[in-house]
Design a binder for this molecule. Sequence first.
Ligand code: DQA
Length: 150
Amino acid sequence: MTVDDVRVMILNGPNLGRLGVREPEIYGHASMADLEREGAGWGSALGLQVEVRQTDDESELVGWLHEAVDTRAHVVLNPAAFTHYSYALRDAAAQVTSSGLLLVEVHLSNPAARESFRHYSVVAGIATGTVAGFGFDSYRLALEAVKNKI
Ligand code: DQA
């Protein structure tokens, strides 16, 4: 398997489709379409096949994590608000890492520096690692971490 065969799914949870218009002072002015474009560019620079998806639907996100396991794709996951309470998402994400794939939890903002309900992540304990607080760079750094670890 060459590095070009390595697939990475960048999966995004609820309200991240509103990037650009949603609280730009926290999340910035760039949109999900911008992330799709940037993600493809970072992927080709790193020799990774990158696909960016976003959903507001917990069951769809769970299904995408199952798909990652079944098709052997690494995952960069911004679970958004699900980070803080979705045990279903956590259990699906655990299947990714327990099957030997990498899962990097990412956040645009630094949840630890925000409201207390954002301080706890149900996903962090089963993730390969976490990158938070760097805006779109969180995703780029996560892809670099995947590239360096495979
Ligand atoms: C977020 C942080 C979460 O607390 C929040 O619910 C989000 C976005 C981030 O990327 O900073 O929707 O995951």
